[in-house]
Design a protein around this ligand. Structure first.
Ligand SMILES: Nc1ncnc2c1ncn2[C@@H]1O[C@H](COP(=O)(O)OP(=O)(O)OP(=O)(O)O)[C@@H](O)[C@H]1O
Length: 645
């Protein structure tokens, strides 16, 4: 087939509706993006399975041949260790262009967009990304901003706070006044001036619904977050998905305005836009099965030359998608891909329309500053979403009062020894179980964290520290309220040194349980599994804590479990605090012949087989367990359940 002469993509940008010529844009901010020979390969996880299937099919073919003397119907499938998701994809997008990335589902649009935005952390990527014709290394990030398909935003933050959060973390060196000005400007640019102080809203963790922004407004906030750094290149993954057609058109017009007024270069993957939206684009790129088959401003003409004519009155976007599907499924796919590759190599590849600009490597925001900003946000979020906090504190008060009522006015007598031990054990059990109330909170925070980490807004460690700081404060309050009420009414060992020591232990019991649940939530990523594993752990912890069965009576085969049980060490240290060297009044009448079971607290400790354990060492082990779960929780947050792309 003869080569089709494609109008030079940079010289003839002539859009019917808006008469916009990207090269006439006076703004100096935008850049030209060229991507050359981008190939993306991932490991084929089904390789072994596919290979086995192929071997079996081959064997069957041979067997059939030998037994029937005729070949079985068998097509040899190509099994490869690596899957090629994008294959030698190239293109150029001019300064100030609004470019649509189109293609059938699964063609590789999102993958290409992720690679162009340098967001891919898995697989092997080869090829070049050039800004105004030159590779700029790490400075590339300074040009880019990426807006995800889903709006993952903090529900309790206002529009201003959400965008300011990005400004704080991405522009650490900018003066506060200037930052505020920038944020206000962005809010105006995305058309949210009237909603500046409205909360984002949505379903809060735990199910409470907070009134807030509409779907379109949330999309505008997400775009605003991407605009705050004044990026030259903006990538949007399906910016109109999930929106009604009027809102979608209005969002796209806002984006077009950004190309005109700020000279931004915008690339948006788009599925099936309505006609008016399609006409807003200055350029269309079509990817089919991981290969580029067209890039330019006159796709209908190109398809016509290929033999696909758009019928009158048909939405051109629908037509393009239908044609793309047909090409992908048809026999001419390879020929059309090769043809486009030749056009690219012969006519487009070396066009550099913008002068080279030297850009410094972006400066990293210090972790201490990230922690400060994240703590500020977490604290505000906590204050605005107090449902969970009130429920936890309320439960602590009620259970404290009920424990107190059941065990009120205990005395240091032989008759009350069992009840005192009961109070201690049930307090630690209650504090061990309370963190189950936080599962949905942890999981919801995780979703936001994943999205923000993918945007490289902050490092996971300052984020984790900020989250843990707020959580530790709540844990401290809950533990102290619960245990203090109970101690007040039940009259456990009350001298200041014993009381505060006991409170510290209760605090750490609660803290380590909280970190355990956080670890499980971060490990599993689902509430059901966190609940299932968490309850399993808690039951085992209780059983082997030394209360129901004294440690010396535990079965030999499982008895060792108490050595790795944080609740056992908590129980031991609290029992030591309560009973060590405590005189106990005998409950038998003076003339009774029945001997007193306990004359002092040490005999109680001995009965439970924990008299040899030291209070401080046991408490030290409780602290170590808290530190252990603190670490596992962070490692699971950092390494597991990442965004899947
Ligand atoms: N890491 C990966 N491992 C295996 N397959 C992958 C990986 N990343 C992408 N793919 C596959 O590559 C193809 C392209 O995916 P991509 O999400 O880029 O398509 P898309 O054009 O954006 O699709 P859609 O319009 O449905 O979102 C899909 O078949 C997808 O399953």
């Amino acid at each position: 087939m003869e080569l089709i002469n494609i109008p030079n993509s940079t010289n003839n940008i002539n859009i019917s509706n808006n008469n916009f010529n990207s090269n006439n844009n006076n703004n100096t901010k935008g850049v030209q993006l060229t991507f050359k020979n981008i190939t993306y390969k991932v490991e084929n996880r089904k390789y072994k399975k596919q290979l086995k299937k192929q071997t079996e099919a081959r064997k069957k073919k041979n067997d059939d041949y030998e037994s029937n003397n005729k070949p079985a119907s068998f097509t040899d499938i190509k099994v490869e260790k690596e899957l090629t998701i994008l294959n030698n994809v190239s293109g150029v997008i001019e300064k100030g262009e609004l470019c649509a990335l189109m293609g059938p589902s699964g063609s590789g649009k999102s993958t290409l967009l992720d690679i162009l935005a340098e967001r891919k952390s898995t697989g092997k990527i080869t090829g070049k990304l050039l800004i105004n014709g030159k590779e700029v290394g790490d400075a590339y990030k300074k040009f880019c901003s990426y807006v995800t398909q889903e709006d993952v935003l903090l529900q309790t933050a206002t529009v201003f706070e959400t965008i300011k959060f990005y400004a704080d973390l991405k522009l650490p060196e900018m003066a506060e006044e200037e930052k505020i000005k920038r944020v206000e400007q962005v809010i105006e640019d995305v058309g949210l001036t009237k909603r500046r102080d409205s909360k984002v809203g949505g379903i809060l963790p735990g199910g409470i619904i907070m009134k807030g922004l509409s779907g379109g407004e949330k999309r505008r906030v997400s775009i605003g977050c991407g605009l705050v750094t004044n990026p030259s290149l903006i990538f949007l993954d399906e910016p109109t998905s999930g929106l009604d057609s009027v809102t979608a058109l209005s969002i796209m017009k806002t984006l077009l305005d950004l190309t005109k007024t700020k000279g931004c270069t915008i690339i948006a993957s788009i599925h099936q836009p309505r006609g008016e939206i399609f006409e807003l684009f200055n350029k269309v790129m079509v990817v089919i099965k991981g290969k580029m088959i067209y890039s330019g401003n006159n796709i209908l003409q190109y398809f016509e030359q290929l033999g696909y004519t758009c019928p009158n009155n048909m939405n051109p976007a629908d037509f393009c998608l239908d044609a793309a599907v047909e090409i992908g499924d048809g026999d001419r796919y390879d020929e059309i891909c090769t043809q486009w590759q030749k056009i690219w190599e012969n006519e487009i590849v070396n066009e550099i329309t913008q002068p080279f600009i030297a850009v410094e490597k972006p400066k990293a925001t210090p972790w201490s500053y990230q922690y400060y900003i994240l703590l500020k946000r977490s604290w505000k979020d906590f204050l605005r979403n107090q449902g969970n906090f009130i429920a936890r504190v309320g439960t602590a008060i009620v259970t404290g009062l009920l424990f107190g009522a059941c065990f009120a006015g205990l005395k240091e007598t032989e008759a009350d020894v069992q009840k005192i031990i009961g109070v201690i054990f049930f307090l630690i059990t209650g504090l061990n179980l309370t963190p189950f109330a936080v599962i949905s909170l942890f999981l919801s925070q995780r979703t936001l964290f994943n999205a923000e980490r993918a945007s490289k807004v902050y490092h996971s460690f300052p984020y984790y520290l900020a989250m843990v700081t707020v959580e530790t404060f709540v844990v401290l309050l809950v533990a102290l309220i619960n245990a203090t009420i109970c101690y007040l009414i039940a009259h456990l060992r009350w001298d200041a040194s014993y009381f505060f020591y006991a409170m510290m232990i209760y605090f750490f019991v609660h803290l380590l349980s909280d970190f355990l649940i956080c670890t499980l939530a971060n490990l599993t990523g689902t509430s059901d599994m966190t609940f299932a594993y968490g309850s399993g752990f808690c039951v085992i912890f209780m059983l082997f804590a030394g209360f129901y069965v004294p440690v010396q009576e535990l079965p030999v085969s499982f008895g060792w479990l108490h050595y790795i049980n944080p609740l056992f060490y908590s129980f031991v240290s609290l029992m030591q605090v309560q009973f060590k060297d405590l005189p106990i009044k005998c409950s038998q009448p003076a003339n009774s012949t029945i001997p007193c079971q306990f004359n002092n607290g040490n005999q109680v400790l001995s009965y439970y087989g924990i008299d040899e354990w030291s209070r401080d060492e046991s408490f030290g082990i409780v602290i170590l367990w808290a530190a252990f779960f603190f670490t596992t929780s962070y490692l699971a947050l950092h390494y597991l359940n990442r965004e899947k792309r």
